[in-house]
Design a protein around this ligand. Structure first.
Ligand SMILES: CC(C)(COP(=O)(O)OP(=O)(O)OC[C@H]1O[C@@H](n2cnc3c(N)ncnc32)[C@H](O)[C@@H]1OP(=O)(O)O)[C@@H](O)C(=O)NCCC(=O)NCCS
Length: 193
């Protein structure tokens, strides 16, 4: 298994991955979210990573694209995107969404490898990561609902217990006051929250 930055040419494979990994009720919306982040040109930039199997572990190899016969297969994907203070371009945190591993490849550590790799890469850019997901999964990386209370989501949450945050640096304990923030366009839809 190899993890590398996602490329625009991965988009069909990423879409198929989300359509297979998520329930039909939400798969199309989450696939669209992943593709929108792939094309985002924010400052600071989004982080989009893919996990591949049957790859020769070479970032510069463009000879066989993911999904081509005999080429590598994309079996996992993760996006992290920046969140800003309302009405400003001051970075508050990155938010982790979406994340998926192909159904046939789950429970082998791929999801954890993607999350850990993303956290390492984003650590130099921000103090906090936010996530809206199952605490039973994200808790294993240190995300917690208590710190999540320090960040006020831009929309009402359908599952408030899924709102979590992780401090990436020792000095980054809870902010003194709960902080409001806004997300990039792809996450700025109430139905996703
Ligand atoms: C969640 C997901 C990304 C995990 O990927 P993965 O490669 O299977 O994860 P890992 O192998 O690193 O970890 C597997 C462990 O996480 C657990 N796990 C997976 N999904 C979980 C969930 N929603 N809640 C709690 N635990 C979960 C597994 O039971 C397994 O536990 P174990 O280590 O005790 O056996 C993958 O199951 C997936 O794509 N699910 C469908 C899409 C989804 O729910 N995405 C996350 C949205 S918030």
């Amino acid at each position: 298994m190899h993890i590398r930055p996602a490329r625009i040419s991965d988009k069909d494979a990423i879409e198929q991955l989300y359509l297979a990994a998520f329930d039909q009720s939400e798969a199309a919306a989450v696939a669209e979210l992943a593709l929108e982040f792939l094309g985002e040109n924010s400052q600071p930039a989004c982080l989009n990573l893919v996990a591949l199997v049957n790859d020769n572990n070479n970032d510069n190899n463009h000879n066989s694209e993911a999904g081509e016969p005999g080429g590598p297969s994309i079996v996992g994907h993760i996006s992290l995107s920046p969140c800003f203070e309302p009405g400003s371009n001051k970075l508050v945190a990155y938010i982790l969404a979406p994340l998926a591993v192909a159904p046939g490849e789950q429970k082998q550590g791929l999801g954890s490898a993607l999350v850990k790799q993303a956290l390492v890469q984003i650590k130099q850019h921000c103090d906090y990561i936010l996530v809206y997901g199952d605490p039973a999964y994200y808790g294993r990386f240190g995300f917690n609902t208590e710190l999540g209370q320090s960040f006020i989501p831009p929309y009402p949450l359908q599952f408030a217990e899924g709102w979590q945050a992780l401090a990436l640096k020792p000095h980054a304990s809870s902010p003194e006051q709960a902080r409001k923030f806004h997300c990039l366009g792809p996450l700025s839809h109430a139905a996703l929250w």
